[in-house]
Structure formats: structure tokens, C-alpha cells
Ligand binder design. Structure first.
Ligand SMILES: C[S@@+](CC[C@H](N)C(=O)[O-])C[C@H]1O[C@@H](n2cnc3c(N)ncnc32)[C@H](O)[C@@H]1O
Length: 380
């Protein structure tokens, strides 16, 4: 067992949620723009990849140092213990970025880091000839910010938003990680109804169902570090088995996913079936203005069109008004709407109880929260 410095990367605005998830796995965190840092062993790497719903990736920090010249970059990179992770046949592409630093030529930094690691491995494995890189892949990144270089290795491979269930999608699908964050920012509990009235490809409803039954988001995919010799195959097996026992497939759920576009409803259904949740989510073609609910104290999470496309604005504004009127009929329900429209609250007809700034990709949005009335206390 070796201890590693780990980073779970987070989209702007989601740091606190990712940090909470890492803490729930039992690790102490520190947060620094877009990065949640913690320490853990091989099992921490496997569990983080399997369970983090809102992080983008999990990376190992190999080293961090001040750097002002290419020589320093070369020597300090070479001094790091690459041979403790990379076998002699490792394939290791190097990517890079540089912000506000003396070493600003990213291709040069990448080439130097590559050369330094090659030198280190040749020395450690006593090779004179070139390394054929025919083995497992280690995606290395050199990120230089304010003259501090951070060298990391990605343990996830495809971003963690790729759960493996999205076989179809519409025009503006939410990332699965963002959809999971939207659900986690609500007061929803699995014993309450849940409704996404703008379901598109179904991402929010599917993430809610995964959360509701405590199904690990990484259960149906693989990770680049599964090929690495430092993490034993049994460890992956053990964590997958633990995830299987932790899943609560008996938890009944009342989740609705509706959309004005019947083609999207079909796509959402296919995705839910792919996720193994086909029976759990109730799909229907419906306009938001026809929203209705059979039970009280539910939660609505919606990602409507933002009205940014030319010609779309007026229709979207009318729809926001109709949405406000329809939702007002259900005061026990909590409503959560993400949009970049600057006049959302006016159109909806009411100021939000609370709003939170979020980035949906590069679009700055607000997450408008309208809290429903509380259920009466059981003892009164
Ligand atoms: C931004 S997309 C939602 C994407 C979805 N969150 C996903 O991950 O795929 C907005 C959706 O709202 C639907 N929509 C537009 N107007 C609507 C209305 N009046 N009532 C219900 N749905 C509507 C569109 O068909 C579209 O699928």
C-alpha cells in the first residue's frame, strides 16, 4: 500500500459538492480552484473513480515545484519517482498548459517533461535503447501556473461524466456530473416524488434514480488505471462487489421525466434502459404548462431552454411564464430551475428562495430554488 496525493477535479462552482463527496468516502480534503486535494492509497483511487458523481477526473500528483527555466523543469521532473508507477513498457502521452508563467511555450514544456521521464525510466530500468511504450497508458499533464509546475497522472481515462448509459442525446444535454450535482443540491429524498419536466435525453432523472438507489456511477464503465500493475485486479473486483452490495435496488422510486418533444422522450427511455433503470422512471410527452402531480412534497429539477438562440427568446419567455403559473398550483413541491436567462424570476413571477451561480460548460447560469412548504411533523 502506497499513499498518494490525489486530486478530484471539479467544474467551476461544483468544488464544494465534490469535496463533500470525497469526504463522504472518508478522506480529508483541501480545496483550491477546481481541485479537491486529498491523500489516499490504491483503494482510494479505485473508490473515488467508482463513487464520485460530480467530479470530472481523479488524478495522482507526482510532483509540484517552482520552475523558471527549461533546465529546472527537466531536472526536477527527472528527480520524481516515475519508476514507482510506470512499468518499463508504459505508454505516456504528455499534455500541458501554462498560465501566467515564465515557461509559456506549452509544446516545449511537454517535450521536456517527456524527455525527463524517458531518461528516468531508462536509468531505473537500465535500458540504453528507446522505450517501446507498448504497455498500459499513463496520461501525464504538466500544468504551470504562476511559475509552479504540477505534474499529474490521470487515473480515470474517459471523464467521469461518461457513465456509459447515454446512447442518445438531444441538442443541449447536461453533463452527467452536472446533472448529479443539480440533484444533490436539492432537498430530495428517495421517498419523495421527483420530476424533470424538460428531460431531454433524461440525464437528470437517470442521475436521480442512481442516487435514489445508491448505485455507483462508475459501476458500468472501466477506467484507464484498471490496466496498471500497481493496482491489483482484485481491488477493482472488491470495490465493484462492495458497490453491488451497497446498491439498494429495493428502494421504490417515484421519478417522472417529461418533455414537449416525443422524440426526446424516446431517447431518454432508451438511455434509462441502457442504465438498467427503464422500469424505474416514468416517461411521458408533456408540455411544462400541463405539469401536474399526484402526490405532495415532491421535487422538480429542470434544465429548460435558455432562450439564447435567435428567434427562440419570445417562445421561451412565454414558456417561463406558463411554468411559473403551473408550478404555483403545487406549493408543497420544491422547484429547482437552471437557466442563464437574466429575467427568469420576473417571468416566472416570483423571486427565488435562493439562487446559486453555476457554470453549465462555459455558460454562466443561476440555479433558482423555490422551496416548497414543509410536511407536517409526524408527532403533531
Ligand atoms: C436544454 S434541453 C434539456 C436537456 C436535458 N437536461 C439533457 O440532459 O438531455 C431542454 C429541453 O426542454 C424541452 N422543452 C422545450 N420547451 C418545452 C416545454 N414548453 N415543455 C416541456 N419541455 C420543453 C426541449 O424539447 C428540450 O429537450
Amino acid at each position: 500500500m502506497t499513499m498518494y496525493k490525489l486530486i478530484a477535479t471539479a467544474a467551476m462552482g461544483l468544488e464544494a459538492i465534490v469535496a463533500k463527496e470525497v469526504q463522504q468516502l472518508g478522506y480529508k480534503t483541501t480545496v483550491e480552484n477546481g481541485k479537491i486535494m486529498y491523500e489516499g492509497d490504491e483503494e482510494a483511487i479505485v473508490r473515488s473513480n467508482m463513487w464520485l458523481r460530480t467530479a470530472d477526473r481523479v488524478k495522482i500528483v507526482m510532483g509540484e515545484f517552482n520552475v523558471y527555466s527549461f533546465d529546472q523543469l527537466f531536472e526536477q521532473t527527472k528527480a520524481l519517482p516515475w519508476d514507482s508507477l510506470l512499468p518499463v513498457d508504459a505508454a505516456f502521452p504528455v499534455s500541458g498548459k501554462s498560465i501566467k508563467s515564465q515557461l509559456y511555450s506549452v509544446p516545449d514544456c511537454q517535450a521536456i517533461v517527456k524527455k525527463a521521464i524517458v531518461e528516468k525510466l531508462k536509468y531505473s530500468y537500465k535500458r540504453n535503447s528507446f522505450l517501446d511504450e507498448s504497455g498500459p497508458t499513463y496520461k501525464i499533464e504538466v500544468a504551470i501556473r504562476n511559475d509552479v509546475a504540477t505534474l499529474t497522472i490521470d487515473t480515470s481515462g474517459a471523464g467521469l461524466h461518461k457513465r456509459g448509459y447515454r446512447v442518445g442525446q438531444g441538442e443541449a444535454p447536461l453533463k452527467e456530473t452536472m446533472a448529479a450535482a443539480l440533484v444533490q443540491l436539492t432537498n430530495w429524498r428517495p421517498d419523495r416524488p421527483f420530476h424533470d419536466p424538460f428531460c431531454g435525453s433524461g440525464t437528470i432523472a437517470i442521475e436521480a434514480a442512481l442516487i435514489g438507489q445508491n448505485i455507483a456511477p462508475g459501476f458500468n464503465r472501466d477506467f484507464i488505471s484498471e490496466e496498471w500493475p500497481i493496482i491489483k485486479k482484485d481491488l477493482w473486483e472488491k470495490v465493484r462487489q462492495e458497490a453491488e452490495s451497497a446498491a439498494n435496488y429495493d428502494q421504490p422510486l417515484e421519478i417522472y421525466a417529461t418533455d414537449i418533444d416525443h422524440k426526446m422522450v424516446e431517447i431518454a427511455k432508451e438511455n434509462a434502459i441502457e442504465a438498467g433503470l427503464g422500469e424505474l422512471i416514468q416517461f411521458k410527452q408533456m408540455q411544462v404548462k400541463d405539469f401536474t402531480a399526484a402526490h405532495d412534497y415532491g421535487v422538480i429539477v429542470g434544465n429548460p431552454p435558455y432562450g439564447e438562440r435567435i428567434g427562440e427568446e419570445e417562445a421561451v419567455e412565454t414558456m417561463y411564464r406558463e411554468m411559473g403559473e403551473a408550478f404555483e398550483q403545487f406549493p408543497t413541491w420544491s422547484k429547482y430551475i437552471i437557466t442563464s436567462h437574466p429575467s427568469f424570476e420576473n417571468l416566472y413571477g416570483k423571486p427565488a428562495t435562493k439562487k446559486r451561480k453555476l457554470f453549465n460548460g462555459f455558460i454562466r447560469t443561476d440555479y433558482y430554488q423555490y422551496w416548497g412548504t414543509r410536511p407536517p411533523r409526524k408527532d403533531s
